[in-house]
Design a protein around this ligand. Structure first.
Ligand code: GDP
Length: 533
């Protein structure tokens, strides 16, 4: 093996790039902080919180953007643990939940789904889960807040299966009766870890390496009732539960499930250690000409997110790329595949929480921010000069907020169209046409409302165009397969049919109920969540 091949091999081998997905308040921020803490990136712990505490009202958000010159919805947290190089990709949530949240999942190799033990699977988790599922991303589950009263673990397993359609394999199991938990039992190691009074916790390791749950020593520690309940549960799990099968995990068909409490540090370290062992390293990625292996010495990467500087005096944009193969070095020249242009990557940046640092090199699995000379679009491939890599088409995500926009001053139509075109290329919003409305206005769709507000702000500040924005009462889009022009779609009473940027018909509905109704009425039409390629 060449020196470069050896280097690439070992760097890829130790990389773990993942995203944490959850519904707001399940504990994503707290868990992230704790992982950073264990990773020795103490400097960063707390900054995650600080960012979250920052108000997200749009004006404040813009103000923060201005001051920093970069986006506060930063991108990646990196640290080393036990020989692993860990990249946690940030998935913006709460009010800044947007298409970027989904796009980030295109750059990840696995996902950790945080669930509140009392609340179970919530709405935003569901949405993010489905995107992971579609891409076959392995999903690990961390059931959080075990220090509080919660649902029974069997109930949660059932809920995960019913709501998300994935089987789970508990790696550990809560000890306690009726949702009143004392600690967890590690199934593989046959160890219990218990909470201690005052928020501290301790670990009891069985002296015998072959200890099993029915060892009487556990009964002394746990008390007779809790011990009996635990023995019963484990017996049931061993008999009726799924086998652990790493291939199923890696195919996204089985989720390893961990119970713990991020706030009290409970079960976090065992989770991290087990997770890093099981989670996949960067794998081969699909291109138009077959998969490309990360250890391929030719460099390749794709743009998964573009963040614009909100300060109109320097209009730099940052394109975030995920390295897929080869080694990245500062100052290297690469080919921007869609335009064929050669670009020198002079100031690659890595975004650590709120700081940016210039980086000299990066490997597959890493994420870098590049100053965008105005050529990058979402999904673009860049690769070594002289090569021609083309990563598979970047997906479109189902928008949930819609508005009709139009320039207030019709004389500014040219700037308006230019702005809309560029901002769409950046992926700020999705643009649709509604033929019967005419050319003066567009329908725009977004995953999060903030995207619409940012659109308005940027058109004014960067293109000098004031727009009028009329929010539309729809919340669900379905791409139509089998639709015939001019033939009415039955049951679409309050909905509308528009065209996406590739002229594909899309129906907008007020709610899921209307979608079901229309689906029943039009058996010859398929109502697709995302467009077919
Ligand atoms: P996020 O919105 O998913 O990022 O959630 P946060 O990490 O901000 O947590 C939401 C709230 O739950 C905060 O008040 C946390 O302190 C609290 N929290 C997080 N983890 C735990 C936990 O393990 N136990 C308890 N009791 N509270 C927690």
């Amino acid at each position: 093996m060449s020196e470069m091949a050896t280097e690439l091999h070992s760097e890829v081998q130790r990389r773990r790039t993942f995203a944490i997905i959850s519904h707001p308040d399940a504990g994503k921020t707290t868990l992230t902080e704790k992982l950073l803490l264990y990773g020795g990136a103490i400097r960063l712990a707390g900054t995650v919180k600080a960012r979250k505490a920052a108000k997200h009202a749009v004006s404040d958000w813009m103000e923060i953007e201005k001051q920093r010159g970069i986006s506060v919805t930063s991108s990646v947290l990196q640290f080393d643990y036990d020989g692993f190089r860990v990249n946690i990709l940030d998935t913006p949530g709460h009010q800044d939940f947007s298409e970027d949240t989904y796009r980030t999942l295109m750059a990840t190799d696995s996902a950790v789904m945080v669930i509140d033990v009392a609340k179970g699977v919530e709405d935003q988790t569901k949405k993010l889960f489905h995107v992971c599922r579609q891409r076959g991303i392995p999903i690990f589950t961390f059931v959080n807040k075990l220090d509080r009263h919660g649902k029974s673990p069997f109930e949660l397993m059932e809920e995960i299966e019913n709501v998300l359609g994935i089987r789970s394999y508990p790696m550990n199991w809560p000890v306690g009766v009726d949702g009143n938990y004392k600690g967890v039992y590690n199934r593989r190691l046959a160890q219990v870890e218990l909470f201690e009074k005052g928020g501290a916790h301790g670990q009891w390791v069985m002296p015998s390496t072959v200890g099993t749950v029915d060892d009487p020593a556990f009964a002394d520690i746990l008390g007779v009732d809790a011990h009996r309940a635990l023995c019963d549960d484990i017996e049931l799990l061993d008999m009726a539960g799924d086998e652990f099968d790493i291939d199923k995990v890696l195919r996204g068909e089985l989720t390893p499930m961990f119970f713990g409490s991020a706030l009290t540090n409970f079960g976090v370290r065992p989770f991290l250690e087990e997770f890093l062992k099981l989670a996949p390293k960067p794998l081969a990625r699909k291109t138009a000409d077959g998969p490309i292996d990360p250890t391929n010495e030719d460099f390749s990467a794709f743009v998964f997110k573009i963040q614009a500087n909100m300060n109109p005096t320097h209009r730099d944009r940052i394109a975030f790329i995920r390295v897929c193969s080869g080694k990245f070095t500062r100052g290297m020249s690469v080919k921007h595949v869609p335009s064929g242009k050669s670009i020198k990557l002079a100031q690659p940046q890595q975004f650590m929480a709120q700081e940016r640092v210039i980086i000299d090199e990066a490997y597959p699995g890493d994420v870098i921010g590049l100053f965008d000379p105005g050529v990058f679009g979402i999904g673009d491939t860049i690769c070594s000069e002289g090569k021609n890599v083309h990563f598979a088409d970047f997906p479109v995500f189902p928008p949930e907020h819609f508005a009709r926009v139009q320039a207030k001053d019709t004389m500014k139509r040219k700037q308006f169209v230019k702005g809309m075109t560029q901002l769409t290329q950046e992926g700020a919003v999705q643009v649709f046409r509604q033929p019967e409305i005419g050319v003066e206005s567009f329908v725009v769709g977004a995953v999060g409302v903030l995207q619409l507000e940012v659109l308005e702000y940027r058109l004014k500040n960067e293109y000098g165009v004031d727009i009028s924005m009329h929010h539309l009462p729809y919340s669900v889009a379905r791409w139509l397969d089998g639709y015939q022009e001019g033939k009415p779609v039955k049951g679409l009473d309050s909905g509308v049919i528009i065209r996406d940027i590739q002229d594909r018909p899309v129906a907008l509905f007020r709610n899921e109920w209307s979608v079901r109704w229309a689906t029943e009425q039009n058996p010859h039409i398929q109502f697709l969540l995302v467009p077919e390629r």
